[in-house]
Design a protein around this ligand. Sequence first.
Ligand SMILES: C[S@@+](CC[C@H](N)C(=O)[O-])C[C@H]1O[C@@H](n2cnc3c(N)ncnc32)[C@H](O)[C@@H]1O
Length: 253
Amino acid sequence: MTKMNRNYKVGDLIYDAVIYDGMNTSMDDLQFYKRWLPKNKAVRILELCCGTGRLTLPIAKDGYDISGVDYTSSMLEQAKLKACEGGLKVEFIEADIRTLDLTEKYDLIFIPFNSIHHLYTNEDLFKAFNVVKNHLKEGGLFLLDCFNPNIRFIVESEKEFKEIAEYATSDGRKVLIKQAMRYENNSQINRIEWHYYINGEFYSIENLDMRMFFPQELDSYLERAGFTVIHKFGDFEEEAFCDNSEKQIFVCQ
Ligand SMILES: C[S@@+](CC[C@H](N)C(=O)[O-])C[C@H]1O[C@@H](n2cnc3c(N)ncnc32)[C@H](O)[C@@H]1O
């Protein structure tokens, strides 16, 4: 049997808060998550893998009591800074979502923006699902989104070394990112490399390993973890999940 490569990597620059925020300016998912928030603002919301607060802060701005969890301290520092600048009171917790243990329970928990692709083994995934279950109130909602693995796209992308982003950061750096990828068949991990060029000079190669979840397996994992899938959408406009859906978006109870 071939031994599985258990070295999963996400390079430091990928989750460097300023580099991350400069790149991730799209807010396509915000309206979707807002739509599923209870109307009663006295509820408690928990975002797992909140990063720099891209979604956490606008939700807090709407008057919700939201807490965010992430294990990358630089991302959380940036989130706290932005909350402070915006005059928002948000609790940010530095912790691993596989082992999180809070005394509080929540009405809605979500893991947005493809973050579950960083749960590389089934053991990791089930640990995180258990954490969600332990922190969810009776009848509470659990939402998550990730990609729908597209084999044709992966095969085509493996042949190319292509530019995927060009932008300026808030501290004035010009960033260019080129991407290479190789899908690893035995681990289901897409071994992605981002080659960073900063201010016109090659800077570094950063790994962005993403574990792929095939639709039927994810449905059954959620069920096995004790969740009932109420809706499965294929995009943030809530089209039903189908053959050519780019995303898998779950609303569970
Ligand atoms: C794609 S970013 C999403 C950030 C944010 N939710 C957003 O929408 O912009 C993924 C985040 O997940 C965090 N992360 C990955 N695995 C984690 C884990 N096991 N526990 C806590 N945070 C984790 C990373 O530090 C990173 O900030």
